[in-house]
Ligand binder design. Structure first.
Ligand code: PGA
Length: 238
């Protein structure tokens, strides 16, 4: 079995100083290829140079990518550019992109395709809101979001199940909720699909989350900003 992934999503946090200090601390721990950091665009090159200096196996990623390949798209960043500066992966369709920037599954589908064409490994996020869960349509929402991946070979991507009521809220889905939704996602796509859980994963609950059947890793937001906390999570990966 592949080692469980631990992917840190810095979101719109950080500075040159913070990146340097956190990445250096992570590097001292000698993490493997199952661990990745998705930092804001301006810090990708800096992070890459820190990783190269230390000959680290840690993977580097971005948090979004343009759906177009090249051209007059002011403010956008292409998959080829991300690969060029050393990214191996990219988060696509995060709930914050859907909620605050109106990103639809159609856009996310084009971004997944652009990422694959650019040689990046997309980590595609799906998840329901609390309202959708309470009205019993969580599976329908996830099934609709998963259509983005139709026809894409399973080995080329990972899915992150991130219920939006658990993202940044301090509320973690229960082991039963996680197991049920991961089984549903694998059942819908392919049993071999790598499915990560995300939503308020911290050092003190990562062990429990990573022990759940069908969990192939975690996508970590807030807790990735602290090297100590992130390392605690990495130590729980099997
Ligand atoms: P969180 O974010 O760990 O801060 O809840 C997770 C994510 O958005 O990927």
């Amino acid at each position: 079995m592949l080692r469980q992934y631990v992917i840190g999503n810095w979101k719109m946090h950080g500075s040159v100083g913070q990146i340097r200090s956190v990445v250096r601390e992570l590097l001292r721990a000698g993490l493997g290829t199952n661990v990745a950091l998705c930092v804001p665009y301006p810090y990708i090159a800096l992070t890459k140079s820190l990783l190269m200096e230390a000959e680290s196996a840690l993977q580097l990623g971005a948090q979004d990518v343009c759906e177009y390949h090249i051209g007059a798209y002011t403010g956008e960043v292409s998959a080829a550019m991300l690969a060029d500066v050393g990214c191996e992966m990219v988060i696509v369709g995060h709930s914050e992109r859907r909620r605050y920037f109106g990103e639809s599954s159609e856009t996310a589908a084009r971004k997944v395709r652009a990422a694959l064409d650019g040689g990046l490994f997309p980590v595609y996020c799906v998840g329901e809101t609390l309202e959708q869960r309470q009205s019993g349509i969580a599976r329908d929402i996830i099934a609709e979001e998963l259509q983005v991946l139709a026809g894409v070979p399973t080995s080329l991507y990972a899915v992150a199940y991130e219920p939006s009521w658990a993202v940044g809220t301090g509320v973690v889905a229960t082991p039963e909720q996680i197991a049920e939704m991961h089984a549903f996602i694998k059942g819908t796509l392919d049993a071999r699909t790598r499915v990560l859980y995300g939503g308020s994963v911290k050092g003190d609950n990562a062990g429990q989350v990573l022990a759940v059947d069908g969990v192939d890793g975690v996508l970590v937001g807030g807790a990735a900003l602290s090297a100590a906390e992130f390392l605690d999570i990495c130590r729980e990966a099997r």
